[in-house]
Ligand binder design. Structure first.
Ligand code: PMP
Length: 362
């Protein structure tokens, strides 16, 4: 019954599917906020090595990876849990802490999995509209009540790329009662950190009892296809998450690749630098066409085409460029494009400009 009102998550179209459907070659995908570089060469080597042992079950506790990540972040292993993508960590938190009828607080719009996974668990979802494309911190704080189990904070947010500052974060954590979990989704952490972006890990280290920080190897680390992410939280929370975790949720190849990727700081730096550099080209490009967009702390940009976004998406697709069409987020006329390689971005600019020129504003 609950599922009657749940709409399944629609992922970005894979390149191969679009090429097959449209009979095109060289399609460019800028729809899922992936890393445009291939994976780290170190990771590929580790994957080949790990392939030789796939007759064995993986290490359910991710021992070596936990140790390496713990060392890197200065966090004890008992405060870390890995997931089959950070998607799984969201589901794990809901399974562990939310019963039918409980409430969760999310922003609207935000990453759709929050709404979907909460509905599947029978939670009642309190959606707090963004204010001027930013989290309404006070609105989110006042949405919390005695039935609230989790407040989900996506920082930086997807699809807007906007972020909560350290001051805002401080205000938020000071106002949420310890009985409510603060789930901070930092899928795009590596692109965002620095300046006035909050170091939520410091809050965890200072002993905040109700924080879960989720991050991923899918974005800056370039391992989206392997599905691996992690969460950091107080020990008691990790112990509870481990109760709902499937015994072999993270496969052995993903563990080996993540271990190698962690070690390849050069790769991550290159990915982050590329995004920062290319994002400026996107801004200049949109400015030159007088197209409205949002400054992003992340590796993607939300763009207001001021046209029918479904048609706009189709036009771009026919030119071999896949972006995300945002009407299912309630953002009519918007598309989201992620920063690709320099070459991919040039292809996008050409296709986008020609669609803008060939269509008129609504
Ligand atoms: N959180 C946010 C905000 C995301 O945008 C994504 C991926 N698009 C995820 C979580 C999930 O990432 P993954 O499961 O690949 O770690």
């Amino acid at each position: 019954k609950i599922l009657d009102s749940v709409k399944p998550y629609k992922p970005g179209k894979p390149i191969a599917e679009v090429e097959r459907e449209l009979g095109l070659k060289g399609v460019v995908k800028l729809a899922s906020n992936e890393n445009p570089y291939g994976p780290s060469e170190k990771a590929v080597k580790a994957i080949v090595e790990a392939a030789k042992d796939v007759n064995r079950y993986p290490d359910g506790g991710c021992f070596y990876l936990k140790e390496a990540l713990g060392r890197k972040l200065d966090v004890p292993g008992g405060n870390i849990v890995f997931g089959n993508g950070s998607d799984e960590l969201i589901v794990m938190a809901l399974s562990a802490y939310v019963n039918s009828g409980d409430e969760v607080v999310v922003a609207d719009p935000t990453f759709l999995v929050y709404h979907i996974a909460s509905m599947v668990k029978g939670a009642s979802v309190r959606s707090v509209p963004l204010k001027n494309f930013k989290y309404d911190i006070d609105g989110m704080i006042s949405a919390v009540n005695k039935n609230t189990k989790i407040i989900f904070i996506v920082n930086p947010d997807n699809p807007t790329g906007s972020y909560i500052t350290s001051d805002e974060f401080k205000r938020l954590v000071a106002s949420i009662p310890p009985s409510v979990l603060i789930f901070v989704d930092e899928a795009y952490y590596e692109f965002a950190c620095g300046d006035d972006y909050p170091e939520s890990l410091d809050w965890f280290k200072k002993g905040l009892p109700n924080i879960i920080i989720a991050r991923t190897f899918s974005k800056a680390y370039g391992l989206a296809g392997l599905r691996i992410g992690y969460a950091i939280a107080p020990k008691e929370i990790i112990q509870i998450l481990n109760k709902v975790r499937e015994p072999f949720n993270v496969n052995s190849v993903a563990q080996a690749a993540a271990l190698a990727a962690l070690d390849d700081e050069e790769y991550v730096k290159r990915s982050v630098d590329l995004v920062k550099k290319e994002k400026k080209r996107f801004y200049a490009f949109f400015d030159s066409l007088k197209v409205k967009y949002l400054f992003s702390k992340s590796n993607f940009i939300l763009v207001n085409t001021e046209r029918d976004s479904k048609k706009f998406f189709e036009h771009l697709l026919k030119k071999g460029v896949i972006v995300r069409e945002m009407s299912s987020w309630g953002l009519m006329g918007f598309i989201r494009v992620n920063v690709g390689s320099e070459k991919e971005n040039d292809i996008f600019f050409k296709a986008f400009a020609s669609v803008i020129e060939g269509t008129s504003k609504q």
